[in-house]
Design a protein around this ligand. Sequence first.
Ligand SMILES: *Cc1c(COP(=O)(O)O)cnc(C)c1O
Length: 458
Amino acid sequence: MAKIPHRLYLTEEQIPSQWYNLRADMKELPDPLINPATGKPVVAEDLYPVFCEELARQELDNTTRYVDIPGEIMDMYQIYRPSPLCRAYSLEKALGTPAKIYYKFEGNNTSGSHKLNSAIAQAYYAKEQGLTSVTTETGAGQWGTALAEACSYFHLPLTVFMVKVSYQQKPFRKAVMETFGAEVIASPSDTTRVGRKILEDNPSTGGSLGCAISEAVEKAVSTPGSRYVLGSVLNQVLLHQSIIGQEARKAMDILGEYPDVVIGCAGGGSNLGGLIGPYMQDKLLGKASPRIVAVEPASCPSLTRGRYAYDYCDTGRITPMARMYTLGCGFIPSSNHAGGLRYHGMSPILSKLYHDGYMEAVSVEQTKVFEAAVLFAKNETILPAPESAHAIRAAVDEALRCKETGEAKTILFGLTGTGYFDMKAYENYMHQSMSDYVPTDEELQKGFDSLPSIPGIQ
Ligand SMILES: *Cc1c(COP(=O)(O)O)cnc(C)c1O
């Protein structure tokens, strides 16, 4: 048999032309979003003031299995896709493992991450609706960058609320967003009511994704012709990210490979939800049962230590409530370097799949993550994003277990992006000034105390 190539690129024609909606195959659906004003399930009209209409419909569409990707989105996908499916020969050798390790690399665009896959779709639908601007938040900066790229492509003005610690740690991220024409504001800021309130309560806060979301939503609803867009967590984002899994599946099929285990890092769950699509579908339909593993930071352990409960998606409690694994909307994580994984909740779709036993979750500590990141970089020549390195850690651990048992498992993981803007964190790791912060039960309890109570529901 011919040797499997280091990197397999599908042809442009082979790029999937439809997104896959996991909900259509779920035996039980995630619980509906709740409108905090009425205590009733959200209907599309409730979302229109905040989200653009087509995206609101996608958010609530539990039945359309495959959604055609509009031509203008395909045109932009073809600028930077397909992304390669890579075989980690060198890493396998370094580990001395009989396992076969594959990874799907999404870092080949300026945002350095998979986020562009959804940013393009969201900017496109906003433009289609005739909106005149959009707002968003960004944590580590990848989402803001991706959206700035997409908005500049579709000529749509954008304001980004950037979590203050990242704004300070990653000035060049801001510069990239500005290069693409976006306005960038450090969050919490004094430009919104909710930002001023958060600053008043906690003047020295470095911010969090939850705070930044509140500010971006407030700005969108108070600006005519503006809407808010979100880069993770939501059902629509998992839908757009399904391009990752569909491509990965096609490429694996061409190679005659099927993973025993699929691994991805999980912040809000969008890359993982996208990557696992076709394999989770097999599992839901009883055709195969690959293990599916979410990897999260020990400092922000929503799946492994959170509650499965209704919660707000933001700190300011202005979004609808979703039933998900959450640390509580009042949870503000430590300034862990994996900025993109510092979110209190988790995709309601993944939360439900995890709750129903279709998925596993592990949490990993930061220094172990960077150890794996450096090993990976030296062997595979890609400098991974710290977020992505959580998945690398779990893949390496799986491969090391195979070494002990002699099993030649096939491992597929999502390499979501590159880490060029995270060199401060790499430096801290190399100078041994990185710590592994793990919240105590008491600290987590404070977050749980912030969970909303909803008459008749929880
Ligand atoms: C945002 C981000 C993540 C985490 O987000 P998900 O929605 O959980 O996928 C992971 N890796 C990178 C590189 C990111 O930018």
